[in-house]
Design a protein around this ligand. Structure first.
Ligand SMILES: Nc1nc2c(ncn2[C@@H]2O[C@H](COP(=O)(O)OP(=O)(O)OP(=O)(O)O)[C@@H](O)[C@H]2O)c(=O)[nH]1
Ligand SMILES: [Mg+2]
Ligand SMILES: [Zn+2]
Length: 329
């Protein structure tokens, strides 16, 4: 028997490990797509972090379950700032080629929210497309499409009439993995079902008084589109705070190119664009050369990223204190 170490630093036991893809996550276990079919995948407690939907892992097959032992490196990852008080990133989907940011034409469309999604996606490695849903509910689709197209490639669809569904299918070719994200009730699961040609994902009516969804989808799950690639349905997000990553500030400046270029003309390099004298942004807005909304978004998002930096320094301080206490005790 050959006792040499296997490649990639895997240990001797690695021969027993098999590659599998995480198709859904349920906290302490995941659903795995393996070459032997769908398997339940409990997580080994030695895992460095919990796998996300779309992750490739190495798992140890047993009679029933496949024990997830290792996370393989990610090609792309769509990360947001975890909701709640914590300061940590949360991976929404891994190894996705494209993220479809769905927003409803029944009153859900919001520039600020789209900007946040697109900023979070800018450093993910995945391409971004805006999907305007429920086109049948809107009499001015062209105007919304034009507004969104300034930010990212955009398609308008209706699961009800079938409008735009061919354009959507073209974004999910065989071999590709595509995630659908957006607020609750925008019709993500309905689109998945339309792509699948049947009721696969559960859907739920929006509230009649504000058209908001009821958080029908509760976990992230992958589906294979007949004749196409893999689509990931996700639960509606209340909001999305981009996770400040290497490159996020630069991505923000690139998204708001005219604003960041103008800011170079502020007299003071530490201009707060609020009360600091000779601010090129205020001057630009006053002269009608800059959009006040875009300036506000750029300033707000930079401030949020800076705030994250403060929180992370505080957290690092706390961890250091804890480590010192641990050594003493
Ligand atoms: N008029 C119209 N209604 C739609 C369309 N697509 C979805 N809906 C309705 O919108 C409601 C919400 O759809 P879902 O697919 O459950 O929405 P979701 O984005 O998956 O919501 P969560 O799972 O809560 O995040 C349902 O009542 C759908 O019938 C559409 O193209 N046109
Ligand atoms: Mg859903
Ligand atoms: Zn300024």
């Amino acid at each position: 028997m050959d006792r040499r170490s296997p490649p990639h630093g895997l240990d001797d036991e690695a021969g027993a490990l098999q590659p599998a893809r995480v198709a859904a996550s349920h906290g302490i276990a995941v659903t795995l797509w393996t070459r032997e079919g769908v398997r339940n995948g409990p997580l080994a407690n030695t895992l460095s972090e919990p796998p996300a939907v779309g992750d490739w892992v190495l798992a140890r097959p047993t009679a029933g379950d496949w024990l997830v032992q290792r996370l393989l490196p990610r090609r792309t990852q769509f990360v947001r700032h975890a909701s709640g008080q914590e300061t940590r990133p949360q991976v929404i989907a891994a190894n996705v080629d494209r993220v479809l940011v769905a927003t409803g034409l029944d009153g859900d469309f919001n520039h600020r929210r789209l900007e946040r999604y697109l900023l979070a996606l800018a450093t993910s490695g995945a391409a971004a497309t805006v999907v305007l849903t429920k086109a049948d509910q809107c009499s001015d689709v062209a105007s919304f499409r034009a507004q969104a197209a300034v930010m990212a490639p955009t398609v308008a669809v209706s699961a009800r009439t079938g409008e735009g569904m061919d354009a959507l299918r073209a974004l999910i070719p065989p071999g590709a993995t595509v995630a659908l994200v957006g607020s609750s009730g925008v019709g993500k699961s309905t689109l998945v079902n339309a792509l699948m040609g049947g009721e696969r994902a559960s859907t739920g009516a929006v509230r009649s008084f504000d058209n908001k969804g009821r958080h029908t989808t509760t976990h992230r799950e992958m589906f294979v589109v007949p004749g196409g690639g893999v689509v990931v349905d996700t639960p509606g997000m209340r909001g999305l705070e981009p996770w400040a990553d290497e490159g996020t500030h630069a991505a923000l400046d690139a998204m708001f190119g005219e604003v960041s270029a103008a800011a170079a003309g502020c007299r003071f390099t530490d201009c707060d664009h609020a009360a600091t004298p000779d601010c090129a942004l205020r001057a630009g807005v006053a002269a009608g050369a800059l959009s006040s909304e875009r300036v506000r978004s750029w300033v707000t998002l930079h401030a949020e990223l800076a705030q994250q930096a403060v929180l992370r320094v505080e957290r690092a301080e706390k961890l250091a204190l804890k480590a010192r206490k641990g050594r003493r005790g």
